[in-house]
Design a protein around this ligand. Sequence first.
Ligand SMILES: [Zn+2]
Length: 1027
Amino acid sequence: MPMAMPMPMAITLLFAFVLAGGVSSAESSYVEYNTTQRIVPGKINVHLVPHSHDDVGWLKTVDQYYFGGNNTIRGACVQNVLDSVISALLEDQNRKFIYVEMAFFQRWWRQQSNAKKVKGKELVNSGQLEFINGGMCMHDEATPHYIDLIDQTTLGHKYIKDEFDQIPRVGWQIDPFGHSAVQAYLLGAELGFDSLFFARIDYQDRAKRLKEKTLEVVWQGSKSLGSSSQIFTGIFPRHYDPPDGFTFEINDVSPPIQDDVLLFDYNVQERVNDFVAAALAQTNVTRTNHIMWTMGTDFRYQYANSWFRQMDKFIHYVNQDGRVNALYSTPSIYTDAKYAANEQWPLKIDDFFPYADKPNAYWTGYFTSRPAFKGYVRVLSAYYLAARQLEFFKGRSTSGPNTDSLADALAIAQHHDAVSGTQRQHVAADYALRLSIGYKEAEKVVASSLAFLAESRSSTGQGNSVTSFQQCPLLNISFCPPSEAALSSGKNLVVIIYNSLGWKREETVRIPVSTDRVIVKDSEGREVESQLLPISNSTSRIRSHYVKAYLGENPSETVKYWVAFSVSVPPLGFSTYIVATTKETEGPSSTISTVHAYEASQNNSIEVGQGSLKLLYSADEGKLLRYVNTKNSVSAFAEQSYGYYSGNDGTDKDPQASGAYVFRPNGTFSIKSENQTRLTVVRGPLLDEVHQQLNLWISQVTRVYKEKEHAEVEFSIGPIPVNDGIGKEIITQIKTTMTTNKTFYTDSNGRDFIKRIRDFRKDWELQVNQPIAGNYYPINLGIYVQDNSTELSVLVDRSVGGSSLADGQIELMLHRRLIHDDVRGVGEVLNETVCVAEECDGLTIIGKFYLRIDHIGEGAKWRRTVGQEIYSPLLLAFSEQDDDDWMSSHIPTFSGIDPYYSLPDNIAIITLQELENGKVLLRLAHLYETGEDKDYSMMASVELKKLFPNKKIKKVTEMSLSANQERGEMEKRRLAWKVEGVFAGEESKPKAARGGPLDPAKLLVELAPMEIRTFLIDVDYIQMLGG
Ligand SMILES: [Zn+2]
């Protein structure tokens, strides 16, 4: 292409000279700009893609952005964007626009007149207005769980399908701060997307890709699914705005084309030259003769004509000039052009984390920013999953509460300035409020479904249940009014425990009680082993403070103990337990734990654990020494400690502070116990606990359950002191003596594990500027390290940042409080506080992580099974009864699937939902990767008939991941991209394993490692009781 340039350029210059010479005598009149241009083969085609990047909440709330409120913060109004874009598109049928965020589009569309809707649909049908990405928001890629990503995309895609009968073709993740493997293969290829585009990759990576023309790649995000789930991926050369000099919002400074000969400053040729120069510059870093210009940026097109007028003119004059070809385009048109070019593309595997935009600016702080919000999102994600199952078992009601508002709130919370923790404080509060409103409604669904399922069929008419169930969303801080109320009034507490997983679970649950004389019975009336554990001072303080802060009330101070008891719960079902008070004269009661405090002066070691797992502590140092599992004979040195990084304040040579996005440590400090009492050990028949209060603001409880082979650590961190003027980022470290060769593994959105090597990147020679922040990765499920004999795994209860900064070591960042802004736009410091009355103090975080050491090759079973159980904790609901008749008047145990069936250990139901049209949406996920486990990385199968025992399955249709098209149709349309180099011969290799087509008679679903299959099922409801 460059060879052909000189001649046409000479001709054009001559032409331009003639044109300019005639200016003085010409008349100014209407110019009909020719915008009809399409792709011209053989020329450089500049695809102008008009777009507006509309954050679903960031500096303002989603609604403020929509209607243009709070404009002192930022003049942004999405309503203006959509109003003016639609008018501008109607003016010229060659103009195009893409729209991405369905949360905003829905808000706009529902308020349009029918006449406008007819026109809007015409624009969509003609391709002038194209929905791309199409989720409710442009989700973050580091901090959400893959189930949330699927749900939020499904919601948006369903809306587009229902309202417009369209199926988005392109992924458009232009702003998220790094890109995940799960985005590429799951939220890309498995949706049927033909391509994925974004802007933000590491600055070193970008420099190399620019040089080597490898900004456009074929990305294989999954080791297990390989080339069967790859996607063409385009990284923008710079950012998602236009080249310099081509931005045209009304206040922008780019020179507009002035083509009225009667006016001064006529500049057509100058601007055409600018255009051609910018196009050639981009051609130099791009393969094929197609380049894309992203014509827009944040909240642009509030007056759309300001942009379209200029683009009309550029297309008109640039094409008259003829050196390059300019056209209105969309990413779909661009993708098709790239595909038609029949080029071979470099292969990209793994992901694009971490992201740095400058040497000292690693965007790895947001992996942990706002840990309470991240925890809230995760808890409600699992709750939403369980609530939909229960809603389905009862039958979705056409009126009354449903799970829709929780779905909507969770969807918006996945935005790349929401769960990421990079929004302003009032916006974080807005997301949390939406979630809590959604929760309240879903809570009613759960309560009424449980009541319906628990009541004897004979006593229920048309689902008007009489039993009332309460739940305890603040159970983690020991606040559970129904348990207090029932027991203190002498009634029995009924606890229903629901399990949303497809396998039976045996676990220990705990509820706060106000007495030390309780007894727990199962549904057969048998006493269940239980243990009373004192509620620690730290928990009591938090309970009292946060109940006041959240509910505006003083909790009763009567709660003294947790009662822990073992439960057994069937798959997708519930069990019932009764907790009753007993009088001293009445015989058996729950075992009260022994409590022993160890002082720093005591020079002995302490062993805890009633089962096969033993933890050894040193009393004088107050720390973990050794991990021993007598069942699998693993014995290892293990230490666990806390520390913090002081956040860089940005006053040195490089003014980069640690902030909401960026992690820039300025010194590492360990936190030693300040307490004379180093350890308090609580022992009992079900579990042992080791309580450690390190200082005024860090405490933890390590639990070793008799029946479990892992340790559970519950930490409480905060308020982080910052009155010394230094922001702090709190970490915990687990140390072993393993030789792990700089290598560790972190998950991608809770799904595939990706190999990480310290101070190393696969795609380029890493220049290490930030040896700590630059080795941090997002963790949603867990992190592990291994040597030739053992592996150490840590699982988390929410998204956090973490790393392995030394061999044998794992580090998690658990909380951060900073007092400088990191200058990436949010313009606020990450300093979360909680206020009671007028008094505010730093936020305290309570969370958990879990650790286990295995023989090499045996850790996956625990990571996957327990990982799924951590994601889906047992759901507790409470009722009360006066006497012993609960079991006779209620159904004490229930399973939504065939009572003799359970899912294979490597399969999870990640969606079971009745849609408004009565169809059932079912998603099954294989939990293991290829080669991950010798037993479970195998093809597995699920018998649909056993999943729906009381229903007649009429029809099963396999769908794309977001359920907006039939899987078969999607596969037929899939583009087969060519991969360059050594991978060109891949086609001859066997394809990745996938489950076979569903046999309509047997209804057996096969799933290969890491496969997720989505089905729409038509069922007939069979009356559960014939008579
Ligand atoms: Zn954004």
